[in-house]
Ligand binder design. Structure first.
Ligand SMILES: CC(C)(COP(=O)(O)OP(=O)(O)OC[C@H]1O[C@@H](n2cnc3c(N)ncnc32)[C@H](O)[C@@H]1OP(=O)(O)O)[C@@H](O)C(=O)NCCC(=O)NCCS
Length: 179
């Protein structure tokens, strides 16, 4: 399956809202957002060229919306940005998350001129295994920090990870060489 980045429609935003509301343990803002709040987020951030953020819909080759991926916040002065990702829960484990990361890295490093893309994954979030594989794939760096996330009465650690443009470029070049 081939995936691509597309603009985020309001309908896509509302689908992504349902997906993100199912995984509060992975979020810095662990509360259920309403449809109204998501429409405002769409207008204020996703569709706002002046926001320090960029979001994309990931589409499969039938045009189906399968993931929302973003860079938020972008620190233009430091050429770094934090990655945000949620995939369709009914389609997990089929490579969509990895494809979304590949696409946003290609855009972030190759087009926007970022020097590093980073993220934070709480240890109460099952996605830690996913990010560990992404860090290994792109020869990134990670470190564990205690006491980052209160979830169900327990304070959990987090893994902070960063991938720089050199790690990305080596994987990108190898892929270009193969094709
Ligand atoms: C994390 C997430 C993006 C992964 O998406 P996905 O489409 O299932 O990922 P992929 O199919 O590309 O998985 C890539 C690899 O990571 C592994 N992986 C994915 N989710 C995993 C998990 N929860 N635990 C351990 N490994 C995982 C897969 O097994 C796969 O391994 P393989 O290459 O050896 O087969 C998705 O589960 C999601 O949107 N979760 C909810 C939101 C979230 O937690 N976002 C991240 C916040 S930090």
């Amino acid at each position: 399956m081939v995936y691509s980045l597309d603009r985020v429609s309001v309908t896509d935003s509302l689908h992504a809202l349902e997906w993100r509301n199912q995984h509060l343990e992975g979020l810095r803002t662990p509360w259920m957002l309403t449809e109204d709040r998501q429409r405002r987020f769409h207008a204020d951030v996703i569709a706002n060229p002046d926001a320090r953020a960029r979001y994309w819909s990931v589409k499969d080759d039938t045009g189906l919306f399968v993931a929302l991926v973003g860079l938020n916040p972008i620190q233009w002065e430091n050429r770094i940005a934090e990655i945000s990702l949620v995939t369709n829960p009914e389609r997990r484990g089929h490579g969509i998350g990895t494809a979304a990361v590949d696409l946003v890295f290609e855009h972030g490093f190759g087009q926007m001129g970022l020097s590093a893309i980073w993220g934070e994954c709480y240890h109460c979030n099952g996605a830690l295994g996913f990010w560990t594989k992404i860090v290994a794939r792109y020869q990134g760096h990670s470190t564990t920090i205690p006491s980052r996330k209160m979830w169900r009465g327990v304070l959990h650690a987090a893994t902070w990870f960063t991938i720089d443009e050199f790690g990305w470029r080596s994987v990108y070049r190898a892929k270009q060489h193969q094709s």
